[in-house]
Design a protein around this ligand. Structure first.
Ligand SMILES: [Fe+2]
Length: 481
């Protein structure tokens, strides 16, 4: 009449059978019954962890027994003879409590999942994440053992890789059962998850001590099964229910995501390492190419041997004095090394001819910056070096060649290498004249500062070359070239 669905059975043993068969919210039981009595019924409910609350009916004479019943897990009691309103009141209160308890379990599961998500989100350490997931699985479905099995790549068998046991020491010694790979995977292929108790567990599980109940769900990334998440219970009468299976399924999804993420991250690290290596190889290659080109040039013009290397060093001094970055200095030095690369095509006899060149010879000679540019243009990673090669004979006042550029229209590399080139040309013996002294060369640079040379760069060069010469002097190697 109150709207509850009630089923009556004649004794404790039948009550247990009924409770195992379908879920109930509440048991109202007498104490004295044939076979299994009220207290034994309470014990059995606790042992099998049946999710139901119990109310005991008792007469005045057995109040002590009622207290004993409460101790054994009864939720409440009703004194006989009872008034109907009192029964309704106790039932309503009991069901409210039961709802709260279920809510609490749901909340706990939610908290667990939240913790798992947090662990997955904040940690790239797979071991740590899998531990959290297994502990959650073991705790939330109240299993004795939770384990992760991964597919062995060679044999295709499911191999236990990680195990978590429930708290007390006895369970910790328990070995984790082996899964019967074919049966478990067979179930997955049929779209089922494994949930078995009693003798049925033998189909899926092998081992010295078989669990009373076993549950196994697939761990899948994409469409690829990588392993199995399983829980086992050993207490008699303990069975996993649908709720537990669903929770385990969710945890398996988290485990899969985590494994996938770690794998992707690992791939990324490897890919990045490979890329760095490739870049380094390319850079080495680049340096070797430049050195080879510079050497080829020097081979073709033995008289100016060492010129390219010295210009590279002097250009580097100016770049460093200007406070450029290491990468920029490197570009300046490489461009300095190659600045005369266009001379490769010019006959050496003409370059080293004593006395004056004919106008035709001068015109040929002055083609070398353009030639250098054309040599380097087809090589993508030489692109940054071209301005120094092309423009190192331009003058600030527009009187240089090949383009006759003025002041800031001349690329920085050209203005910079132009000074280094002029200084080395003046301080070296040539076929047509003797070398000038350092002081004479410096005086010449100062004289032409602002007309031929960039004034700021000339000033920096003079400062840096003096410093460098002092350092060379101090090191006992004043003429390194
Ligand atoms: Fe040149």
């Amino acid at each position: 009449m109150e709207g509850y669905v009630v089923r009556g059975v004649e004794n404790g043993a039948r009550a247990i059978e009924e409770l195992r068969r379908r879920p109930y919210d509440m048991v109202i039981s007498d104490l004295k019954m044939p076979g299994l009595d009220g207290l034994q019924l309470l014990d059995q409910i606790a042992k099998e962890r049946l999710n139901v609350i119990s109310v005991i009916m008792t007469g005045f004479a057995t109040v002590e027994t009622a207290i004993e019943a409460m101790k054994r897990g009864a939720h409440d009691y009703i004194l006989k003879p009872f008034k109907i309103e009192e029964v309704v009141h106790v039932v309503r209160k009991g069901l409210e409590f039961q709802n709260l308890r279920k809510e609490n379990i749901r909340l706990r599961a939610a908290v667990t999942l939240y913790e798992v998500s947090q662990a997955v989100a904040t940690s790239l350490d797979l071991d740590q994440v899998l531990d959290v997931i297994l502990k959650a699985a073991q705790g939330e479905v109240e299993a004795d053992v939770a384990a992760l099995y991964l597919t062995d790549e060679q044999s295709g068998e499911l191999v236990e890789t990680r195990v978590v046991h429930s708290g007390d020491g006895k369970e910790r010694d328990r070995t984790c059962p082996e899964l019967v790979t074919a049966e478990v995977l067979g179930a997955f292929e049929r779209g089922e998850e494994v949930i078995a108790s009693g003798v049925r567990t033998q189909r899926y599980v092998r081992g010295a001590e078989l669990p009373v109940s076993a549950m196994a769900v697939p761990v899948v990334t994409g469409k690829h099964l990588i392993g199995v998440l399983a829980t086992f219970a050993y207490a008699r009468g303990r069975t996993f229910d649908e709720g537990a299976r669903k929770l385990l399924s969710v945890l398996a999804t988290r485990a899969a995501a985590s494994i996938e993420m770690t794998r992707l991250y690992g791939d990324l690290v490897t890919r990045n390492d490979e890329l760095t290596e490739a870049n380094e190889a390319l850079e080495r290659n680049f340096r070797q190419t430049i050195t080879a080109l510079a050497r080829a040039l020097e081979e073709s013009d033995p008289y100016t041997r060492g010129h390219s290397e010295r210009v590279a060093v002097y250009s580097g001094l100016i770049a460093r004095g200007l406070g450029m970055s290491e990468a920029e200095i490197e570009t300046v030095v490489q461009s300095g090394l190659l600045h005369d690369i266009g001379k490769i095509g010019i006959k050496t006899e003409m370059l080293n001819k004593p006395g004056k060149l004919t106008p035709r010879e001068i015109a040929l000679f002055q083609e070398h910056p353009d030639k250098g540019k054309r040599i380097l243009e087809p090589i993508p990673f030489m692109k940054d070096l071209i301005p120094g090669v092309w423009c190192h004979h331009e003058h600030i006042d527009g009187g240089g060649y090949p383009q006759g550029l003025k002041s800031d229209d001349i690329p920085m590399l050209g203005r910079l290498i132009g000074i280094a080139d002029a200084y080395d040309a003046m301080t070296s013996d040539r076929a047509y004249r003797r070398a000038l002294s350092h002081e004479q060369a410096i005086a010449e640079i100062q004289r032409c500062s602002g007309t031929q040379f960039d004034a700021e760069f000339a000033e920096v060069f003079i400062r840096e070359i003096e410093k460098w010469r002092e350092e060379q002097q101090a090191s006992g190697d004043p003429y390194p070239f």
